[in-house]
Design a protein around this ligand. Structure first.
Ligand SMILES: Nc1nc2c(c(=O)[nH]1)N[C@H]1C(S)=C(S)[C@@H](COP(=O)(O)O)O[C@H]1N2
Ligand SMILES: [Mo]
Length: 303
């Protein structure tokens, strides 16, 4: 895919994407095509050199066609096949709860925050993994805007509820809407990203458009897609997965090769597109950055 090459080889400078190019041409009066025809892939971002590990990127063909997004179906190919069932027009995100300035943001507000590209490892609890270039901004930048109070000990993330259009929400596979949570220090951690794009373009629906969370040291299910509400709370929230199967899915869900899932080992993972497995790293390779968040905690108990 051509956009994979774009994000891969673009040096550390502002990336002039197609829409900007079109806007420039349009402003010069050379173009008559309505610019909103290209709106869904517009994103201006800067690669962050701090997060460009020397790792081979997963082929976009895999990352965009093998997904977990139960609102769009439970087969790995369902999210891509049913992508148009997710309606993202006029998307807004409400940030509320324990904060001085609760606010509703639209996507223009969020895209006005400086967007950066970061290459992260991503590890699903099921045992597959990928290395992909997300675009977005640290969640802390957004949370600081609402001024969390001292009672904000946790953050809850609530995804879209649209039973009429989302095929998966016709079934009680999970307790909808999809809910996840982080401790406030995890949410404020510089690695925690609100993603708006992937492979140089705005998020595709199957990836959780228009806005999803990325917490690279935790199993993938903590990285909620298509978020509509972020709630600052005092008590530890109960995620949809904890509610569905408390014995298998804990609140923390840090990637940990030493703590097996109830039904399988977590020692190894299969990178998407690869036949061979490789060893899973503690905290998915981010131990230097995040291990201190859990010092003194028994990670078998707080799984
Ligand atoms: N709203 C919502 N978010 C979700 C999910 C989901 O079913 N619904 N699945 C999670 C799981 S299990 C994983 S592994 C990742 C998958 O992200 P990807 O499809 O972009 O790889 O999304 C997570 N976020
Ligand atoms: Mo997952």
């Amino acid at each position: 895919m051509s956009h994979l090459k774009e994000s891969d080889i673009t040096p550390q400078e502002w990336f002039l994407n197609r829409r900007q190019l079109l806007r420039t041409i349009g402003a010069a009066g050379l173009l008559s095509t309505p610019l909103n025809a290209f709106a869904d892939s517009s994103l201006r971002f800067q690669p962050n050199p701090q997060y460009r590990p020397d790792l081979k990127l997963t082929d976009a063909e895999h990352a965009l066609h093998y997904n977990n997004f139960y609102e769009l179906g439970t087969d790995k190919s369902d999210p891509y096949r049913n992508a148009d069932r997710l309606i993202t027009d006029n998307w807004q995100v409400r940030i509320e709860g324990e904060c001085a300035k609760p606010q509703t943001f639209d996507m223009d507000d969020l895209l006005a925050i400086e967007q950066e590209e970061r290459i992260y490892r991503f590890r699903c609890v099921e045992g597959w993994s990928m290395v992909v270039p997300w675009i977005g901004f640290p969640l802390s930048k957004l949370l600081n805007k609402v001024e969390p109070t001292s009672k904000a000990k946790y953050v809850e993330f609530i995804s879209i509820l649209d039973r009429k259009n989302l095929p998966g929400q016709r079934f009680n596979i999970l307790d909808w809407p999809y809910r996840e949570g982080l401790r406030i220090d995890e949410a404020m951690h510089p690695l925690t990203l609100m993603a708006t794009g992937l492979y140089g373009e705005a998020l595709q629906n199957q990836s959780g458009a228009p806005l999803r969370l990325i917490v690279p040291w935790k199993y993938g299910f903590k990285s909620s897609k298509s978020i509509v509400t972020i709630r600052l709370v005092e008590k530890q929230p109960i995620s949809s997965w904890m509610q569905a199967t408390p014995s298998e899915y804990g609140f923390y869900s840090n990637v940990n090769p030493q703590v097996p899932h109830r039904r399988w080992s977590q020692a190894k993972e299969r990178p998407l597109g690869s036949f061979f497995k490789k060893k899973t790293l503690m905290f998915n390779g981010y131990a230097d950055e995040v291990a201190s968040l859990y010092s003194g905690m028994d990670l078998r108990r707080y799984f």
